[in-house]
Design a binder for this molecule. Structure first.
Ligand code: OXD
Length: 309
């Protein structure tokens, strides 16, 4: 079997080496250095449209990350019957959980405030907020969200989650459906966005949603920039509806130099690193899922193309 590989990353060779070692029967060709025609498998991150126009025989398209929006965006250029896999790697779940926990604990322990005090040589103490007194509202409870929920529960936070379909998860109150969203937000001290970017979720975090939150709530976006109306987020930060935000994803990435988020006193910016995929564990997890597919078993990362995740 021939596979086309596209990853615009410095560590792409490490991914390729591990994939090739785990799948010796697959010949990987790097896009665009391949005369594509008969590739059945694609392993990609942010692929160009030309790849799908050239490789019309693809049967399986694998994302090198947890999201598949960068593939689905090619809509009409994607082979109609190809299955799409997201990367399901437990290491990414752990990284995401650590990122979100660090963001919320940093706010509870006033890290941003102490950093500002340090710059002006101020010794002033502030009471931290106890985890037990903090309700975290998770938007999305997929593979990454589930790990985030477990980690936050273990720290002692009260965790609630909002999902599209009904779910039950031990120790977490899960609400579903549009009507339930205001109910979750009214109890939320820290809102964490972990939803995929789909037709339904784009622009979901807007002025109306932010107004449903408890006043002074904290916001973490560790998912996709398209989920958030950035002007509404800025307004909520400026008028005190939000006490702060940790933002890892933006409408435009890299975040333009002119973005007000860079210098906003209530905002911490990270460059889309909340759950970086790991070349070792990620390639092994992906190879194992491709192997399931080749053996005729159900791959664990298969997405529902119509739902968009
Ligand atoms: C991903 C990402 O989808 O890092 O994995 O954005």
């Amino acid at each position: 079997m021939r596979a086309v590989f596209h990853a615009p990353w410095e560590n792409a060779e490490r991914w390729l080496d591990t994939l090739a070692a785990a799948l010796p029967e697959v010949r990987f060709d790097q896009w665009p250095d391949c005369h594509a025609a008969d590739h059945e498998l694609a392993v990609v991150w942010k692929p160009p449209a030309a790849l799908f126009r050239a490789c019309r025989d693809l049967r399986l398209i694998c994302s090198l990350g947890a999201g598949t929006d960068h593939i689905l965006v090619h809509g009409p250029d994607l082979p109609r019957d190809a299955r799409i896999l997201r990367l399901v790697d437990p290491v990414m779940g752990e990284r995401m959980a650590e990122y979100v926990a660090a963001a919320i604990l940093g706010q509870a322990q006033h890290h941003r405030l102490y950093a500002a005090q340090q710059r002006s040589g101020q010794w002033r103490r502030h009471q931290p907020t106890d985890a037990r007194a903090t309700t975290v509202g998770l938007l999305g409870l997929g593979h990454l969200g589930g790990q985030v929920a477990r980690t936050l529960c273990a720290i002692g936070f009260r965790v609630m989650a909002w999902t599209r379909r009904p779910r039950t998860v031990d120790g977490i109150e899960v609400l579903h459906g549009a009507d339930a969203l205001p109910r979750l937000l009214a109890q939320t001290d820290a809102l964490v966005c972990l939803l995929p970017a789909t037709e339904r979720t784009r622009g979901l975090v807007d002025a109306r949603l932010l107004a449903w939150l408890k006043r002074g709530a904290f916001f973490v976006n560790a998912a996709r920039g398209e989920l958030v109306v950035e002007a509404d987020l800025l307004a909520a930060l400026d008028d005190g509806q939000l006490s702060g935000a940790v933002l890892d994803a933006f409408e435009t990435e890299p975040l333009p130099k002119t973005s007000p988020f860079w210098t906003h006193p209530k905002v911490a910016v990270t460059p889309h690193v909340a759950s970086l995929s790991d070349p070792q564990s990620g390639a092994r997890a992906l190879a194992a899922d491709i192997r399931r597919y080749l053996n005729g078993e159900a791959p664990i990362g298969a997405i529902d193309r119509d739902a968009g995740y």
